[in-house]
Design a protein around this ligand. Sequence first.
Ligand SMILES: Nc1ncnc2c1ncn2[C@@H]1O[C@H](COP(=O)(O)OP(=O)(O)OP(=O)(O)O)[C@@H](O)[C@H]1O
Length: 388
Amino acid sequence: MSHDAKIRLEEVEKRYLGTKTPAVASLSLEVKEGEILVLVGPSGCGKSTTLRLINRMIEPTGGRIILDDEDVTKVNPDALRRRIGYVIQQIGLFPHQTIAQNIATVPKMLGWDKARIGERVDELLSVVGLDPETYRDRYPKELSGGQAQRVGVARALGADPEIMLMDEPFGAIDPITRDRLQNEFLRVQETLRKTIVFVTHDVDEAIKMGDRIAILGDQSHIRQIDTPERILAFPVDDFVADFIGSGSTLKGLHFEVVDDNVDLDPYPTMTVGDDPAEALERAHAVHATWVLVLDDEQRPLRWVSTEELGQGTPVTAESGTEVLAKVQLGATLFEALEQMLISEAAVAVVVREDGSYYGVVRLTYLNQQIRRARLEAREHYERMEASS
Ligand SMILES: Nc1ncnc2c1ncn2[C@@H]1O[C@H](COP(=O)(O)OP(=O)(O)OP(=O)(O)O)[C@@H](O)[C@H]1O
């Protein structure tokens, strides 16, 4: 077992009573400590079954399940489930219990004292972004769908489990709330660092949430397992390519950022009041049709065309057109592309945190980055193949 694996499935099989083919056949899989592994695949491929095999809500009919170094295939499943938080789409809060009582379910089972439980409930409500004062004494029917889902996450975190299993946890929620819950959950995970197995059928959710993604075919057969970035850059076969769908190149731009290492192109600039003839010369030297006008503090202000400069009129803070498209250092290349598409000069202007000019990103840069990511992913798989 590799040293950082928290969960390991070894040739796990589930054959439901009375069915001809197993729902999960000979699945071997490792989940690393502190990662979010997303299981994604078409409906009926066995994602939920796989998830429930891990905490033995479903008993395997073959293979072994190992947590840390312990074979838990035969241990008492109740004890196992206390170590593992579980969140599902219809979170199933107990309707006649308050939010606090719902969250306290597992700590109570574990025999924690009242004061410790009370503190824990308040802490967890804050973690999931609900004010304890307002929400702890409410009942589930007094919550919106998104709030109930947060309580579901808080309840699963109740006894501070090392592992969380999440089955389409944000499935039945409107897209805006869903996006917010996903972001909040990722933020919480940054500090909690739980080992998480997350099931979804939505490839975009998988790309957003996963440190790694396992793309499953029938019977939970792993078709590809890797970082989202590498899967997008190099789908190993048509099944994976079809599943991730069109636009994978664009989605890959979410994983690259404009940082200090980005070797940005020089672009002709001038400051308000500079000699237009000199600025024109600089623009001609690099075959640019636009010059970027900066203010005294080096902040991008306007685009002035070489045509306007050629007329020799002085450049003021009102010349040309306003620079609308700017991205900060640290923005993703996806954001840079969006800015580029609306920019007068078809480049994204990059500024530092204080708003001062840093450089520009051009389409050629994006093209190079995409090609580099593809090549790296291809080489990675070629090396893997050669060594197997
Ligand atoms: N209790 C059961 N008895 C018999 N077959 C079952 C049972 N539960 C699930 N199955 C079958 O096992 C297969 C895998 O089901 P599972 O729910 O794990 O798939 P899934 O990938 O989670 O699907 P979805 O995305 O639609 O929820 C399916 O063919 C399903 O019909």
